[in-house]
Write a protein of this length. Structure first.
Lengths: 493, 437
């Protein structure tokens, strides 16, 4: 059994660990831009090769897949999906775990995703507007946009999203100015060089509630939901500071329980079911639209909102990072077996099981991340003690044997225990295992998975639940009615 | 007391000028003599003056994604002493309360408080301005205070003294940054709507430190007994604020209930003296079943009369603020509830006006214990020889102000109403017992 793993971040390190656990003892090869020290060791131990190259380039991936003579390719990040890497591999008869270019559209284009959701009337759909140019969007921002999320309409590595709540008239002018500036920079900076989507700017209504990621394996016929994971997007403790790719994540049971033997949970079983159904409907819709089968991982980046209950914020065509670590740490079923079942479209015959454990991941990043990544890059890393539970993310193993920081999250530390707060304490201890040799600072969030943070999330979920349940009882779930003086009653959606 | 504010946004495109102005307006009740705002961005600009926020900060043409601001009840002579206070070229601070000594520095009685702080800081910093140095300085300061300090490196530190006398909270502004303020009501006015709670309490001895790369809470060395100012709960803070995670309105309601329990009185109507005593009066009425009515109408702008420094201004304030609505009191036995009695002359004035409008009986109930002493931490209490409660009994005060009866809230009653342990509160103005600093 030979496998090529594409991508070299924390998520891929976790995937590599999962493959290494397999009873098939596969020979693992990896292709990524930087040499991930953790994956590198696993690759070496399994007798595989580490290839340095552009994972987004179909020809490069194909070349190494052929060279290694692999049974299948596992694609970690989203960008290779967007560039048609799975399509190119399958054309050559190499099976691939990774959404093909057409079905990956649900992540690639956030505008297409919403179009699809509205066309098929899939629940949990936010109100949105899409624009081709800044000039097209500007008058809208000038006149209408209030509390909104401003997004690049394409997935650009999770960057460029700005959420602005705007309800105080006395602060309106300033917020409008920043909104316009940001929409302009979405168009001119974040979307620069991306010609693969028509619409460049997406403006969505702002919503609140606890967020969670629902990742699923799919072979296009069956959808297997994994336990819900909650990521923490703010850079700093107490949900403060700029948005990151994720500073850490928690998971326990299917519905984000406090602990294995605990009644308290962020989500209810019913909400979990609804969320899985939403993801299933999205997969069915994109398959119907494109006529293509979805082979790989699909995920709903969800929020429990007061308007809808389970609501789609974004879709992923791959595992989340760091959410993958939580899931793979408790995955009992053989990862190779799951991949083979996806390839042969008999996922329904595999019993995918997860251990009942609480997991907490904490990412450690160099100062400068996420706003000034250049400053976070190129620092030599020191590891104290052994690396058990420490996953390498944005790190580069140089030929000299020295590891340098890559500018994003450096390592992701995983704690596993009976309760989330216990797992959090284990992960917290692991964060001190790395430092930078040149004295440049590292940071992580100590509050992820703490009792206080869990209490708040549960409270937030209860508040959103109370409102959406009321709306459900009144038969107005997801409906938004606005009285426009002089014009009358209008309904959005 | 001073209202202090700090806004720290990470995205340099923001101009927080207007956020600063409205944030300070939300703190205006904490000080009405001076207002000041310093904006830090590509450049650093300071706008300050004497008067209300809306008069001083009329045109904010400065720019910056970081700001520090203050509204203060103290009259100052030198412009450079208007808060936020420049501690030299590089560092400015908005300071609530009073620093009574600085470790390693001997206080010079011949120069002003502000000059002492500047000199102490200069000796400590020796030209440095890193935020760690600034924070260290305030760690060395003793007294009852809270601060928000900024430097010339786009950094901010905000913290409370280890006794926790003065309040301070942290609010969040989405993915953009954080807001520090004396009271949580600021977040309702300029922050985002957060469904759980508007702001988080910063504990005694702790400090929030912001740099362009980080925002972190630095825990202080485990403080001894705390000494939260009890006057915040009675009078200073806004009823829509939380202080030390306790909703002010809840305390005010408890006080009203407690007043009704401590001394029953037969009456026809409950009237509260605006604005602070209204929640006391509402709770008193709900508890006793005696109906509450609106007793006064105001002329002109709302001012906090007790905070005005001179007698003429105070009385003018009271007379304009408190015109008695005769229909509410004529021929009736009135329970008149006020928040505090300092000198007693404004109360005497109110009682006189009410009697003149036909009130049959007036039973005065005060929502705080008798004020007997000064405040070493900056709450403006007049000299002790002016304090009526220090010199006269309740019976005597009733006679002096012309009321049929007069009762204070007991100290136990106040402590119960706040809901904290006695050892966690500073009750110095009521019992002359001050925390050791």
């Amino acid at each position: 059994m030979k496998i090529l793993l594409v991508g070299g971040g924390g998520r891929e390190h976790a995937v590599a660990v999962a493959f290494a656990r397999s009873s098939c003892t596969p020979r693992l090869n990896c292709l990524s831009e930087l040499v991930n020290p953790g994956i590198s060791r696993i690759v070496k131990d399994s007798g595989g090769e580490y290839y340095v190259g552009d994972p987004n380039d179909a020809e490069t991936v194909l070349k190494y897949a052929l060279k290694a003579g692999v049974d299948f390719v596992f694609i970690g990040p989203e960008e290779p999906n967007f560039r048609g890497v799975p399509d190119a591999l399958e054309k050559e008869g190499i099976p691939c775990i990774g959404a093909n270019r057409e079905v990956a559209e649900i992540e690639l284009s956030k505008a297409s995703m919403r179009d699809l959701q509205w066309k098929y009337m899939i629940p949990g759909r936010l109100w949105y507007k899409k624009f081709r140019t800044f000039e097209e969007a500007a008058p809208y921002v000038e006149e209408y946009a209030e509390s909104v999320a401003l997004k690049p309409a394409r997935q650009v590595g999770g960057k460029g999203v700005k959420v602005i709540e705007d309800f105080q008239v006395y602060l309106k002018e300033e917020k409008k100015r920043v909104k316009k500036q940001h929409v302009e920079s979405i168009y001119r900076d974040y979307m620069k060089g991306y010609g693969d989507v028509d619409f460049k700017i997406l403006i969505e209504e702002r919503v609140w509630g606890p967020e969670y990621t629902l990742q699923c394996f799919t072979d296009g016929r069956t959808i297997v939901p994994m336990p819900a994971v909650q990521d923490n997007k703010h850079a700093f403790d107490g949900d403060l500071g700029p948005e990151t790719g994720g500073m850490g994540s928690i998971c326990c049971g299917m519905n984000l329980k406090w602990g294995v033997n605990d009644e308290r949970a962020i989500l209810t079983d019913e909400e979990m079911g609804k969320s899985a159904e939403i993801v299933r409907m999205m997969v069915e819709a994109i398959q119907r639209e494109t006529g293509r089968k979805y082979h790989g991982v699909v995920a709903g980046q969800m929020m429990l909102t007061s308007i809808w209950g389970p609501t789609i914020i974004e879709m992923y065509s791959r595992l989340g990072d760091p959410e993958a670590l939580n899931i793979l740490a408790v995955l009992k079923t053989d990862m190779v077996e799951i991949c083979e079942a996806i390839i042969s479209e008999r996922l329904n015959t595999v019993k995918v099981e997860f251990e009942e454990k609480a997991t907490v991941v904490k990412a450690v990043s160099p100062h400068g991340y996420p706003l000034s990544r250049d400053l976070a890059k190129g620092h030599p890393v020191v590891v104290h003690d052994h690396e058990e539970g420490v996953f390498w993310a944005s790190a580069d193993l140089k030929g000299s044997g020295i590891v340098e920081s890559g500018g994003s999250r450096l390592v992701e530390c995983l704690g596993v225990a009976e309760t989330i707060p216990e797992a959090s304490r284990i992960a917290e201890r692991l964060t001190s295992k790395v430092s930078l040799a040149d004295g440049w600072g590292l940071f992580h969030r100590s509050d992820i998975g703490s009792e206080k943070s869990l209490e708040r999330r549960i409270m937030l979920a209860n508040m959103a639940r109370e409102i959406y349940k009321y709306r459900e009882r009144r038969g107005i779930l997801g409906r938004r009615m606005i009285w426009i003086p002089g014009k009358g009653l209008e309904e959005v959606g | 007391m001073t209202g202090i504010l700090g806004i720290y946004l990470f995205d340099e495109r923001w101009n927080v000028g207007n956020f600063g102005v409205y944030g300070l307006m939300a703190l205006q009740h904490r000080g009405q003599e001076t207002a000041g705002l310093e904006l830090i961005g590509r450049s650093r600009q300071r706008l300050s003056g004497r008067g209300l926020v809306e008069d001083v900060l009329t045109r904010v043409d400065a720019e910056g994604h970081i700001c520090v601001g203050a509204v203060s009840p103290y009259t100052v002579e030198a412009d450079e002493d208007v808060q936020p206070l420049p501690l030299g070229e590089k560092v400015s601070v908005a300071l609530d309360g009073r620093i009574t000594r600085v470790e390693g520095y001997s206080w010079d009685g011949s120069i002003s408080y502000e000059s002492n702080l500047r000199r102490a800081f200069a000796r400590h910093a020796c030209g440095r301005s890193e935020i760690e140095t600034v924070k260290e300085f305030f760690d060395n300061c003793k007294g009852g205070f809270a601060y928000v300090a900024v430097n010339d490196r786009m950094e901010m530190a905000a913290g409370r003294c280890s006794l926790g006398v003065k309040p301070l909270v942290l609010g969040k502004f989405g993915f953009e940054g954080g807001i520090i303020a004396s009271e949580s009501c600021v977040m309702d006015v300029i922050g985002e709507r957060v469904p759980i709670s508007p702001a988080e309490n910063i504990d005694a001895g702790d400090a929030m430190v912001f740099t362009p790369f980080s925002a972190r809470l630095v825990k202080g060395c485990s403080p001894r007994d705390k000494a939260y100012c009890s006057f915040e709960y009675v009078y200073l803070a806004r009823p829509d604020s939380y202080v030390n995670d306790i909703p002010i309105y809840r305390v005010r309601r408890n006080i009203g209930r407690r007043l009704s329990e401590e001394d029953r009185v037969d009456a026809d109507v409950v009237i509260g003296v605006p604005e602070t005593a209204i929640p006391f009066a509402m709770a008193y009425s709900n508890e006793t079943g005696i109906p509450i009515e609106k007793g006064f109408e105001l002329t002109g702008r709302r001012v906090r009369s007790a905070l005005r420094p001179d007698q003429f201004e105070r009385l003018k304030g009271v007379q304009l603020k408190l015109n008695v609505i005769s229909e509410s009191v004529r021929g009736r036995r009135v329970v008149l509830i006020d928040d505090s009695v300092v000198r007693g002359n404004t109360l005497a004035n109110i009682v006189y006006l009410m009697k003149e409008k036909g009130a049959k009986e007036i039973h005065v109930r005060i929502g705080s214990p008798h004020i007997v002493s000064h405040c070493p931490f900056g709450v403006e209490v007049p000299p002790e020889d002016e304090l009526i409660g220090r010199h006269l009994s309740e019976e005597k005060i009733a006679e002096v102000v012309g009321a049929d009866s007069f009762k204070y809230l007991s100290i136990e009653g106040l402590v119960d109403a706040i809901g904290l342990r006695r050892g966690e509160l500073c009750l110095g103005c009521f019992n002359r017992v001050y925390p050791e600093v």
